[in-house]
Write a new protein. Structure first.
Length: 255
């Protein structure tokens, strides 16, 4: 437990080492939402503009999750992981500390954003504070899982961020974060089902229409399953990489 807290504190400290991180994690979502809302409000109702503008917040939270998770790769580049492997601390605890730190930061981000939304902008979204908070943080579980998967497929933190930008922007476009899926042709609407952005936007719309989270429960469950799937796939990728590394080391030893 002590090691978990040490790693948790390490990732918190590293994330906010530069002051720009505060702008990125707390100001950017509020600014992005505000700009998109007032742009859409010129032609649409406040409720529609507000819901669709949340798509920008979804995209930013996904990218920010990868930014935090990719700190593991930065530590790997600096030789920190090698020291952890020969220490009493478990690499699994190290990764868990990173995931918990990422979730904690994203919770604070959602609290700041929703407070700004309800206390300052006071936009009538048709959603209660706790409803939007729960939806965004179930999304954050999926985001962190995606971050771990993308980082496991990358050899460096910079490569992970490039891959994340490509994957997140493409899937956000297909999943309805930029514009409603209903505007797409039937094939693209079916393709959208494969992306977590579709399910979070659907959960938001269903909750808005029904006034309760019950109607959006299935969408939220699917979103949570995406997170579990991503983490499972990350484990598969890491095991294969470890086996490949072991085989290479053994073959070099024979030589």
């Amino acid at each position: 437990m002590k090691n978990l807290f040490i790693f948790f504190r390490h990732f918190l400290k590293t994330t906010f080492q530069k002051k720009i991180a505060y702008i990125l994690h707390f100001i950017a979502p509020a600014a992005g939402f505000t700009g998109m809302f007032f742009l859409l409000r010129m032609a649409e109702s406040a409720a529609f503009a507000g819901i669709q503008a949340l798509g920008i917040v979804v995209i930013l939270s996904m990218i920010q999750a990868v930014l935090i998770v990719s700190l593991v790769l930065q530590d790997k580049e600096q030789g920190v992981l090698k020291r952890i492997r020969v220490s009493p601390a478990s690499p699994l605890i190290y990764v868990a500390g990173n995931g918990i730190a990422a979730f904690f930061i994203l919770i604070l981000q959602s609290l700041f954003f929703i407070s700004f939304l309800y206390l300052i902008l006071r936009i009538p979204l048709g959603l209660k504070f706790h409803q939007l908070f729960l939806i965004l943080n179930i999304l954050n579980v999926s985001n962190i899982g995606l971050g771990f998967l993308l980082c496991s497929l990358s050899d460096s933190s910079s490569a992970a961020l490039v891959l994340a930008n490509v994957v997140i922007l493409f899937t956000s476009l297909m999943g309805g974060s930029f514009f409603p899926v209903e505007f797409m042709n039937p094939f693209m609407q079916k393709l959208a089902l494969a992306f977590p952005q579709y399910w979070v936007m659907k959960a938001i719309q269903e909750t808005q229409e029904a006034g309760t989270l019950t109607k959006g429960g299935i969408s939220l469950l699917i979103l949570l399953l995406f997170g579990i799937l991503f983490i499972t796939l990350r484990g598969v990728v890491e095991r294969r990489r470890d086996r490949k590394s072991t085989r290479l080391n053994s073959s070099h030893g024979k030589l």
